[in-house]
Design a protein around this ligand. Structure first.
Ligand SMILES: NC(=O)c1ccc[n+]([C@@H]2O[C@H](COP(=O)([O-])OP(=O)(O)OC[C@H]3O[C@@H](n4cnc5c(N)ncnc54)[C@H](O)[C@@H]3O)[C@@H](O)[C@H]2O)c1
Length: 302
């Protein structure tokens, strides 16, 4: 018995890196998987079906079921036809893993308009376009009387949660994805759809040259905490019916670690029964920051 037996899943960006591990594990736990990947370079240029084709072949060779899709998930029509392919092939969709992404790191004062637009488009619009078409499918099934048990797993980032310098475009998109997760979790609960997000850490082509080699592979005898396949078990759990009671949550996931992250919530407050003057706020700022730094500390964990 697999944890996701009989479920139909889409994994975007599953030709390599974290998404490939997610597609492989979902398939080995019994899901039928649409393996999507446009196959561009890390900055989003070009296209190549071979990485996604390789994932499909590896799943099928291991006795699983997978089909290939090379659509651009950041296009409304590409997202729609990817959802349609799952439904046309296997009659339904149960799990959407939004994973595809690109990177164009630059400091905010150097960023070009296209670097901003493309990163926001692929991550934020790409996540939403997929979720929108999947949500319509699930709402239709729910309204027809079916008890839907569906799951969206989005991919945010600690960069978006904490604000990594040099990634204004990427971090803004990833914070937007966390926010999208909270909104859609609330909207879709009545239709039997959970919406959660992970913020992974892994050694892929996206990160292998970052963090001064801190993610390098250790000696063979040691646990490789930054191997991309370490992310897939949490995603498979969130796809399964063992997580029917979990929605609207964000988890940092790497190695053998799963952290539950809180959404934006008040840390401290000051109040008075009338309109503030700026100087009254200035006089009481010490109460707001009694237990919290007034400036941001470094990125946690790095
Ligand atoms: N690696 C990390 O430490 C890390 C940290 C935080 C978040 N993430 C996120 O995890 C996800 C996977 O990243 P990765 O590290 O495996 O990178 P990766 O570059 O190895 O994989 C991303 C895949 O997405 C595909 N893709 C890009 N744009 C696409 C599009 N428009 N349509 C379809 N496919 C497209 C690429 O072809 C690529 O195969 C990304 O969303 C990334 O932002 C990664």
């Amino acid at each position: 018995m697999g944890m996701v037996d009989g479920k139909v899943a889409i994994v975007t960006g599953a030709g390599r890196g974290i998404g490939r591990g997610e597609a492989m594990l979902l398939a080995s736990e019994g899901a039928k998987v649409v393996v999507n990947d446009l196959g561009g370079d890390v900055a989003g240029a070009g296209g190549d079906k071979h990485p996604a084709q390789q994932t499909v072949e590896d799943i099928n060779a291991a006795g699983g079921e997978a089909v290939l899709n090379a659509d651009d998930i950041s296009s409304w029509q590409g997202a729609r036809s990817l959802v349609e392919q799952a439904v046309d092939t296997w009659g339904k969709l149960d799990v959407l893993v939004n994973n595809a992404g690109i990177l164009r790191d630059k400091m905010s004062f150097n960023i070009e308009e296209s670097d901003w637009d493309d990163v926001i488009r692929v991550h934020l619009k790409g996540h939403f376009a997929m979720a929108r078409h999947a949500a319509a499918h699930w709402r239709e099934r729910s309204k027809a009387g079916e008890q839907v048990k569906a799951s969206i797993i989005n991919t945010s980032s600690e960069s978006g949660i904490y604000g990594n310098p040099g990634q204004a475009n990427y971090a803004a998109a990833k914070a937007g994805i966390a926010s999208l997760t909270w909104v859609m979790a609330r909207e879709l609960q009545r239709y039997g759809v959970r919406v959660n997000a992970i913020a992974p850490r892994a050694r892929t082509r996206m990160t292998e040259n970052l963090f001064g080699g801190a993610m390098s592979a250790p000696d063979e005898a040691q646990f490789d905490a930054y191997a991309p396949d370490n992310v897939a078990p949490m995603v498979t759990f969130l796809a399964s019916d063992d997580s029917l009671d979990i929605s609207g949550q964000v988890f940092v996931v790497f190695g053998g670690e799963v952290q539950l992250i809180s959404g934006m919530s008040p840390l401290a407050s000051i109040s008075q029964p009338s309109k503030w003057s700026p100087s009254e706020i200035a006089a009481r700022k010490g109460e707001l920051f009694a237990n919290h730094p007034t400036m941001l500390p470094g990125m946690p964990g790095f």
